[in-house]
Ligand binder design. Structure first.
Ligand SMILES: Nc1ncnc2c1ncn2[C@@H]1O[C@H](COP(=O)(O)OP(=O)(O)O)[C@@H](O)[C@H]1O
Ligand SMILES: [Mg+2]
Length: 240
């Protein structure tokens, strides 16, 4: 069953008196449990698609189905939908509040959703991503880049989402740290039965992580690769 369905998605921005088409008639579907990836040059519309699916970009046209329900443009995500779709960004430094301890950062989504046993849940979240529980009292600047991305992943997982949107989650990290984070993501996906939509410009990352991938250019999906094509490395022709 498709857990994400995107049909003829269009996103336009008004910039300097001109209309810029960021996403143009993009269509794809992701089955439950898959890792589906978007590849393509900078500016081709990958992040914009993820932002639509996260409910962050609310102006769009076309059809979007998440977890079996149609979502509408202009509508703020609430309740189960908000809980079930989470996003991890490229730069963990920018996505973590510099003056908040990790405890505060991780407790916040739990408080917003009126969860209980916050302290225990925060400890569990840290352990799940391979951080010591006493890291809770630290600040982002006291962590390495890889540790910060682990915190961003822990925060995304606190509400047990079904869909994780990963926008270049390891591009800002050193090679060895990249591999650790990718393996962590694969382990967590198995553990919690999630579905991933991944953006990466790295052909090795795509081949390592994805069941299928789509190549985008000029806001449209140009080609899809299945697992066999990814193993053969056919996506390497287009991955920047
Ligand atoms: N908020 C915005 N306002 C105006 N233009 C935008 C906005 N967000 C993205 N764009 C433009 O839309 C296009 C696609 O951007 P994006 O989805 O970020 O590409 P990618 O993630 O593939 O690099 C780019 O030309 C970008 O400049
Ligand atoms: Mg992007």
């Amino acid at each position: 069953m498709a857990i994400v369905e995107v049909k003829n998605l269009c996103v336009r921005f008004a910039a300097k008196g001109q209309v810029k088409t960021a996403v143009s008639n993009a269509s794809f579907a992701i089955n439950e449990g898959e890792t589906f990836s978007l590849i393509g040059a900078s500016g081709c519309g990958k992040s914009t698609i993820l932002r639509v699916l996260a409910g962050l970009q609310r102006e769009w046209q076309g059809g979007v189905n998440l977890l079996g329900s149609a979502i509408k443009p202009g509508v703020r995500f609430q309740g189960d939908l908000r809980r079930n779709v989470q996003m991890v960004f490229q730069d963990p430094y920018a996505s973590l509040h510099p003056n908040h301890t990790l405890y505060r950062t991780l407790a916040e989504p739990l408080n917003i959703h009126r969860e209980t046993q916050i302290a225990t849940r925060v400890e569990e979240a840290l352990v799940q991503v391979g951080l010591p529980t006493d890291a809770a009292k630290r600040y982002p600047h006291q962590l390495s880049g890889g540790q910060r991305q682990r915190v961003a992943i822990a925060r995304a997982l606190l509400l047990r989402p079904k869909i994780l949107l990963l926008d270049e989650p390891t591009s800002a990290l050193d090679m060895s740290v990249q591999a650790e984070i990718l393996n962590l993501l694969n382990r967590l996906k198995q553990q919690f039965g999630m579905t991933y939509l991944l953006v990466s410009h790295d052909a090795d990352v795509i081949a390592h992580m994805s069941d299928r991938a789509a190549y985008m250019s000029g806001g449209s999906i140009q080609h899809e690769y299945d697992r066999a094509a990814l193993i053969r490395g056919e996506h390497r022709m287009v991955a920047a």
